[in-house]
Design a protein around this ligand. Sequence first.
Ligand code: PLA
Length: 474
Amino acid sequence: MNKACSGQISARVVSERKEMNCGIHGVSFSSSATPSERRLSALARHLISPSESCSCSASGVSASITSSDVGSVFSHVARAPEDPILGVTVAYNKDSSPVKLNLGVGAYRTEEGKPLVLNVVRKAEQQLVNNRSRVKEYLPIVGLAEFNKLSAKLIFGVDSPCIRDNRVTTVQCLSGTGSLRVGGEFLTRHYHQRIIYIPVPTWGNHPKVFTLAGLSVKSYRYYDPITRGLDFKGLLEDLDSAPSGAIVLLHACAHNPTGVDPSIQQWEQIRQMIRSKGLLPFFDSAYQGFASGNLDKDAQSVRMFVADGGECIVAQSFAKNMGLYGERVGALSIVCKTADVAGKVESQLKLVIRPMYSNPPIHGASIVAAILRDRTLYDEWTIELKAMADRIISMRHQLFNALRDRDTPGDWSHIIKQIGMFTFTGLNVRQVSFMTREYHIYMTADGRISMAGLSSSTVSHLADAIHAAVTHVA
Ligand code: PLA
């Protein structure tokens, strides 16, 4: 829009505002006003700031309106900061350097640095396209029934007692985030204890998701920056002093951002503590298959809690392990004591979902169902998944070796000890911004790097940057 034109429109808006202003304070809309007149009246009330609210004078209208806030009911809105994780990609996209590297968001890249659509996903999609009987009708509120059944089997195991006894209800949600949010809101409405404990640190979205779902967020110790390992003693102490019934958020595997998971023995102690205190475990399973390359192994923590017959909640995401990020495929499972309770819980989950987004999208869930139901596609998926996990592990070794070759000060063994998508480097916020400024390497301010975004050809650039950051920036 050119300047003159925008000027004309602004003038018209200003004059309309003045008319409405007088309308409200003078010949205001009568009680028999139509709905659209009432809406206009309400809009006019918003438009008028207190200082200009009685501006109809004998000499006519004398409102003082600056050109910057002309016409907007949103002119008071303050600019919000970018998201700490997704905002890294926004900054990366603005950088024109040919050597720029995005290690912010946890999204898998190939050796060529390209996003990957799994072969098995392409095959499943082709099947869906070829099937002319498929339609685009709404799914039920709880999503695709077959997807829900198969997702439960994937996380709990095919022979799980909770599936056999129909004690689990599984509903399709909008990926991991949506599953957490629906689960959180269900708990706010129907669980007696509204406190949820989350680890320190944790995925940055957790506190926001649960707070907005209506829960009160508290934290438990998890990571020890000195040992760069689990603060197991602190974790048990904090859970021990949590109020009875409190909800505990647990990362099923590949803890984000630290890459530090409890051992099986430690999980067993955590389980005993949670059960003895009557706490309610809420698992976030966003990386099944990415920690070890093995789907069953990465579900072990969850299965230990189901095996004891107690109740628990699981939010599952297919973003990473099937590479379905933008398709938003996930599931929320609530394991109950009896089939009757599970049925009632499901009826209430529907009341949470219906006014939120009505029902979930069909495409991604159909891809997942096609892969999980077919033995050949399933086996092919596990091979591709293992290849992704292995490439990440290989990147850990390459980065560790590159820093060793450069004699970079410090102990970097945590790079090969941590598991999953991320390395929690220990670099501080000044070192991170130095690496972005001088080397065009983008990562979250807490020093987390996505190993899945690295490739053999970019390791040396990253190692140079880390070396320079730790030698030059305190
Ligand atoms: N839970 C954890 C622990 C996660 O790390 C993520 C994603 C999610 C849930 C949500 O994933 P989904 O909704 O896409 O299924 N974390 C990413 C992306 C990979 C993000 O922040 O949204 C991350 O870079 O941390």
